[in-house]
Structures are given as structure tokens and as C-alpha cells.
Design a binder for this molecule. Structure first.
Ligand code: FMN
Length: 225
């Protein structure tokens, strides 16, 4: 029998310095709208990419960080994004809950995931809170999803991904499909975010222009991944 993914209690979302900040931002918005508790970690390079790709200049920490991030959420949505379930942690905050297996089960997504962070997690470096939280997820057997973006991939990148997949992580590349016939960048972004949500065991709302639409129409049945 197919085992259903467990519903996570809290989610650590780490945004690192790979291209693809709009994926991370949209995932954050969707998780909060779904009522999830999200603990956010952002690397220095992640902040640089968020500035370049989303036009958001984020401070290193403080309440202003969350306020400015929320400016990147979908403005067309009718209801505001609930922010009460969102916390941000500095990368040297070793007392943060995701730094220890004793603080309770949680899922983790690194989106986007740089090859640098991916390598560090694959080799158990635990040099900052992102790497440590991923290390904890692996040792505890909790869900860990990495969303890498790089092209082309070297043997080192591929080796590291294989190491992580063997250790129990899910490698979910930032490679949206086109079989839902997207008409906008937003639809491409949502396609990937839908897949991450589904992999976390969270509901994916029906969307005729998204991954669920492609599945429902039968475009993807059987033939597409
Ligand atoms: C605008 C920009 C785009 C980048 N895109 C990528 C990328 O797509 N993939 C990647 O692995 N690194 C990319 N990098 C390089 C990483 O940011 C760099 O290796 C950094 O050290 C990663 O650090 P982090 O893992 O702590 O975020 C990019 C850097 C910048 C500034």
C-alpha cells in the first residue's frame, strides 16, 4: 500500500544563494496561507539573490525583515497573508529549535538550494544553522527537500545529490514542467511550488493552470513525471 507523507508540525524554510528566489518566496506565501508554522533561514548569498531577483532589500534580521519579505507576496490575492506563524532565525542562532533533534519533528525545505549549501549538507559540515538543521533532519529521518538550481551539473554536484538522496533527502530540482501549458512566469513558479507542497503532504488547491490542472486533464496521466 502507498504510504501517505506525514503532515509536518513545523517547517524550516531555508533560502540560499541559488537563482530561484521567486520559488522560495512563493513557497513561503503558500505555506503561510495553508496555516503552516514556518521558521525561516536566509543565507547572506540568499539575501543577495532575493534583492536581484525579487527587488527586496532585506536587513540581516529584525521585524523589518519579515515586513519587507511580505512585500514580495502576490498582491493580486484577495486576502492578506497571515504572518503570525512566521519566525526568522539568524544563521548563528544555535539555540534555535531546528538545531536540535530534541525540539520535535519538523520538515525542512531548502529552496532555492545553492550547490555550496548542497555540498555542505551532503558532507555534514553543520557550519551554519541551515547546514545544521538539514543535518538534524537527516539524522532524525525527518522530511528534507532540497530544490537545487545549477546548470550544467558537474560530477561533484551529481555525486553530492546522490549522497543526499541515499541519506534520505528528496532532490526536487527547480525544473518546472511545461505540460500544464503555462502562460506566465507565475504559473511556472506555482508548478514547482505545487510539487513541493504535495511532497510535504500538504493540500494543493485545484488550479486549472497549474500542476493539479495538468493532472486532472489527463495531460500528465501515465506519460509525464
Ligand atoms: C545572483 C546570483 C545567482 C546565483 N545563482 C546560483 C545558482 O543558480 N546556483 C548556485 O549553486 N549558485 C549560485 N550562485 C552562487 C552562490 O550564491 C554562492 O556559491 C554562495 O556562496 C552560496 O552560498 P549559500 O549556500 O550560503 O547561500 C549565485 C550567486 C548570485 C549572486
Amino acid at each position: 500500500m502507498l504510504e501517505m507523507p506525514r503532515m509536518p508540525h513545523a517547517i524550516t524554510l531555508a533560502m540560499t544563494g541559488a537563482s530561484g528566489a521567486p520559488y522560495g518566496l512563493r513557497l513561503l506565501e503558500r505555506l503561510l496561507r495553508a496555516g503552516q508554522r514556518v521558521d525561516l533561514l536566509i543565507s547572506e548569498a540568499g539575501r543577495a539573490v532575493i534583492l536581484q531577483e525579487c527587488g527586496l532589500a532585506l536587513p540581516e534580521s529584525g521585524p523589518e525583515l519579515l515586513e519587507r519579505l511580505s512585500a514580495g507576496f502576490d498582491r493580486r490575492a484577495e486576502t492578506p497573508v497571515p504572518m503570525t506563524h512566521l519566525r526568522h532565525f539568524a544563521l548563528n542562532d544555535w539555540n534555535a529549535p531546528m538545531a536540535s533533534g530534541s525540539a520535535g519533528e519538523r520538515a525542512m525545505v531548502i529552496c532555492p538550494c545553492s550547490m555550496g549549501s548542497l555540498a555542505a549538507v551532503a558532507h555534514g559540515l553543520s557550519d551554519n544553522l541551515i547546514e545544521r538543521a538539514a543535518d538534524v533532519a537527516l539524522k532524525e529521518g525527518w522530511p528534507l527537500i532540497l530544490v537545487p538550481r545549477e546548470s550544467p551539473l558537474s560530477v561533484i554536484h551529481l555525486d553530492n545529490m546522490l549522497t543526499l538522496a541515499r541519506a534520505g533527502a528528496v532532490i526536487l530540482p527547480a525544473a518546472p514542467g511545461f505540460y500544464h501549458l503555462p502562460e506566465s512566469v507565475a504559473e511556472l513558479v506555482d508548478f514547482l511550488v505545487d510539487r513541493i507542497m504535495a511532497r510535504l503532504g500538504l493540500p494543493v488547491p485545484p488550479n486549472p493552470n497549474g500542476w493539479t490542472g495538468a493532472r486532472a486533464s489527463g495531460i500528465s496521466s501515465g506519460e509525464t513525471p
